[in-house]
Design a protein. Structure first.
Length: 274
């Protein structure tokens, strides 16, 4: 019995040794481009499996399989960074760039601005070393710029198609038609908001809240509908754009950007008139 126990203990120790030999022990620190410590940054492997999180001082320690050389570092409000670790590189000192807001810009211009910031990373790393935030003057890993243009162009094409469908639906609607308006819902404040990104292939049950109303007027500008509410459930009143809505209330709804759920008969009519 004693022999069996020692044998199992030896086997377990040997297994742990082999597992540790098949891993790389890495450590490092994460800061922002403004030299601010970044606690809570998440470190993933190439399969987005979470390996570790930076502490309150931005430091982290992780174990990475020996045959893996790619990490992804992410945090809220920051651009995700993918790095390729060179052989012998153990100390990973990483600067994350802010995830900027680029409203009303082309995808080419957005990537030009992002690339300009990305090209400053070596200079920023050197300054972080001079400020004693890093212990190396240059990183031992590689990091390539990843353009957003392919993704942004795909989203743009989807939005154009979404607006084309909405414009076609708008033409088929008439005064007196009953429609359903989908909203997002803040239950705590009894407030509703439009969906600012369209819900692809969504059904009625996929939305937070739906109001039923009658079209009392149409305006071609921004494809706007004047809606008179005929049914609200389970709430008797809700706030929308600073106005309290209840059964009998009127409100404006822009179909240029937002969806309207129409009944099947209306849908067929729209398709026949297309």
């Amino acid at each position: 019995m004693v022999f069996r126990f020692h044998y199992l203990l030896f086997s377990f120790t040997l297994l742990c040794f082999h597992l540790s030999m098949g891993q790389k022990n890495l450590h490092g620190r994460v800061i922002t481009e403004y030299f601010e410590i970044l606690p809570g940054a998440k470190i993933f492997d190439r399969d987005t499996t979470l390996l570790g999180t930076s502490d309150w001082d931005g430091y982290f320690k992780i174990n990475l399989p020996e045959d893996s050389d790619t990490l992804i570092i992410a945090d809220l409000g920051m651009e995700w960074s993918k790095i390729s670790i060179s052989k012998g590189c153990e100390n990973l000192e990483i600067i994350l760039l802010m995830d900027g807001t680029y409203d009303f810009m082309s995808s080419n211009k957005i990537d030009r601005l992002r690339k300009k910031k990305f090209d400053r990373l070596p200079e920023l790393h050197s300054k972080a070393f001079q400020n004693e935030l890093f212990i190396t003057e240059s990183p031992c890993f590689e990091r390539e710029f990843e353009p957003d243009k392919p993704v942004l162009d795909r989203i743009s094409r989807e939005l154009m198609e979404f607006r084309r469908v909405n414009k076609n639906d708008f033409k088929g609607l008439n005064k007196g038609d009953i429609v359903k308006i989908p909203f997002g819902l803040d239950k705590s404040k009894k407030r509703i908001n439009t969906y600012y990104s369209h819900c692809k292939n969504c059904k009625e049950e996929d939305y937070d809240y739906v109001i039923i109303g009658e079209i009392i007027n149409k305006h071609r500008r921004k494809l706007t509908l004047d809606i008179k509410i005929t049914k609200m459930h389970p709430y008797e009143s809700l706030e929308y754009e600073g106005k309290i809505l209840n059964v009998g209330s009127n409100f404006k709804y822009e179909m240029k950007y937002f969806e309207v759920i129409i009944n099947w008969d209306t849908y067929l009519k729209v398709q026949l008139n297309d």
